[in-house]
Structure formats: C-alpha cells, structure tokens
Design a protein around this ligand. Structure first.
Ligand code: 2AM
Ligand code: CA
Length: 269
C-alpha cells in the first residue's frame, strides 16, 4: 500500500471515530488560553493515528499537535529537525476542535508526510460530509476519487475567501486588520473553523483563497500540498515560499494571490 493509501485509511478511521464520539459528554479543557481547547477525543485520535503509522512505518518520524511542546522554541526545533529527516508524518488529529466541541459540522483529520522538509503526500478527511481530499507530489489532487482544481476566478471580487480567528490576541488582531481591507473587495467571506478544511476547499475551487495568522504545521501541511497539486499557490503572508515553519499563511487559486497579499504586506507580519 502506498503512503497515501495508508494515510487515507487512517484518516478515515480516525474521522469516523471522532464523529461517533460527538456529543458523548467529553470535557473540553483549555490549552494555551480560553480560546484554545482540547478534548480527550483529540488525544484519542492522535493516539490512534500515531499507533497505526508506527505499525506501518516504524522507522518514520511523527509530529502531532497533542504532543506536549513545553514552549514555542521546542516546536521550532522539532520542525527544523524535520527538515533533515527522510520521513516525518505531521498530524492534526482534529482540526476545528472548537466546532467539534460546539457540535458544529466542519472539523477534519489532517495527515501530511514530509521528506527532508518537502511535502510528499497529504490527506484531509471531513467525516461530516464523508469527503476525503488528497494529493501526492507530482500526481495531482483529488476528492473522493475525482480530480480537483482551484477556481479559475481572475479577480478577488469574483471569489469567496476564507479566514479564521486564531486564539492568540496578536494573530486575531492581524486577521481583523487584513479583513477590513479584504472583505469589501471579495464576493463574500467565510470562516468555517478548520484551517485544513479551508485549504481543501481552495484546492477544490469552492473558495478562491484562504488566509490566517498563527497556524501551525499540522493545521496546514496537508492542505498546502493539496492546493499546489490542484494548481494553486501557497506562501506566507509576506509572499515568501511555504516551508514547514510557516505560521501566517495564504493559499489561493494563484490569480488573486498578489491582491490578497497587499494588505498583509502593509501589516508587515
Ligand atoms: P485546531 O482546531 O486544530 O486547534 C481556527 O482559527 C484554526 O486555528 C483551526 O484550524 C484551529 O485548529 C487553529 N488553532 C486554534 N488554536 C490554535 C493555536 N493555539 N495555535 C495554532 N492554531 C490554532
Ligand atoms: Ca487540532
């Protein structure tokens, strides 16, 4: 079985487990702040994914959101190390935990495989709609077996753009500031509550673009490859190329990318 097939199977298994536990009375705990929550289901999902990947590829590295990184520097070191490792799986066991806790559809399992820092495979599974998005480097992007492509819209005013409201105050402020300029320029704005889902929707042409400040590698790695393989573009908010350490991210159909970047370059982070 290919890496991608294995990842897809595991993402589906985890996604169905998460969905089955929805509304089962689990407690939501605060993580870094009251805006950043985690549940026992996040941890159970990560444990399941990690165990399955270790069974399949005992020699591969693993980087998951629910591992405890004592401080931001430790995570930065781990990501730097990943750039020199032959294979590292980067996993978000539930992206969109706030939706999950509130009982709102729109949470995903995101699994990416990086080789020496380059993304080689990515899957995003949305159990609520039973939609699996995936891509392998150089092989195109797919949703439930059909090829997908980014939207052909040439201008922002013809696109619906996604964004998110991050937990950290400075990042949320940067979203609000850029939103003030972007919202009047595009057809509409959506905030679906899962960065991975937004990126998958950009790849599928449902959204023209997505931007957010303050994300982590596990929220975005799979989505980055799926967008690129669907013909789109991903950079940081200053226009620099994507790497595993990027946290302020813009993904688009490519055509609206520069217009979207303008207010962010002005903000300067
Ligand atoms: P999560 O559900 O996996 O935490 C919403 O703005 C997006 O930001 C979601 O994809 C959410 O992912 C992510 N997010 C929430 N808190 C975060 C944090 N402290 N650091 C990075 N990303 C976060
Ligand atoms: Ca998560």
């Amino acid at each position: 079985m290919s890496y991608l097939e294995t990842a897809g199977r595991i993402a589906r298994e985890a996604g169905l487990m998460i969905q089955a536990k929805m509304g089962s009375g689990f407690a939501a705990e605060e993580k870094s702040s009251v805006f950043d929550v985690v549940t026992e289901v996040d941890r159970a999902s990560e444990q399941l994914i990690r165990q399955r990947l270790e069974e399949a590829y005992p020699e591969h590295g693993f980087l998951g959101e629910e591992e405890s990184f004592a401080h931001a520097g430790e995570l930065a070191d781990r990501l730097e190390r990943a750039k020199s490792e032959p294979f590292v799986w980067i996993v978000d066991p539930i992206d969109g935990t706030n939706n999950y806790v509130q009982g709102i559809p729109g949470f995903t399992v995101s699994i990416a495989l990086a080789s020496y820092g380059e993304l080689v495979a990515g899957v995003i599974y949305d159990p609520c709609r039973d939609e699996m998005f995936w891509a392998e480097k150089g092989e195109g992007a797919f949703m439930n077996g059909s090829p997908i492509a980014v939207s052909a819209a040439p201008e922002l005013r013809l696109t619906v753009v996604g964004t998110g409201f991050p937990s950290k105050a400075a990042n949320r402020q940067a979203v609000m500031e850029s939103l003030r300029t972007i919202a009047p320029q595009c057809r509409s704005i959506r905030s679906l509550g899962s960065a991975a889902l937004h990126l998958a929707y950009v790849a599928a042409g449902r959204l023209g673009a997505f931007w957010e400040y303050g994300l982590n590698a596990w929220d975005i790695a799979a989505g980055v490859l799926i967008i690129e393989e669907a013909g789109g573009k991903v950079t940081d908010t200053l226009g620099w190329p994507y790497s595993l350490t990027v946290s302020h991210v813009v993904g688009s159909n490519g055509k609206v990318h520069d217009d979207l970047l303008k207010p962010m370059i002005e903000i300067g982070i």
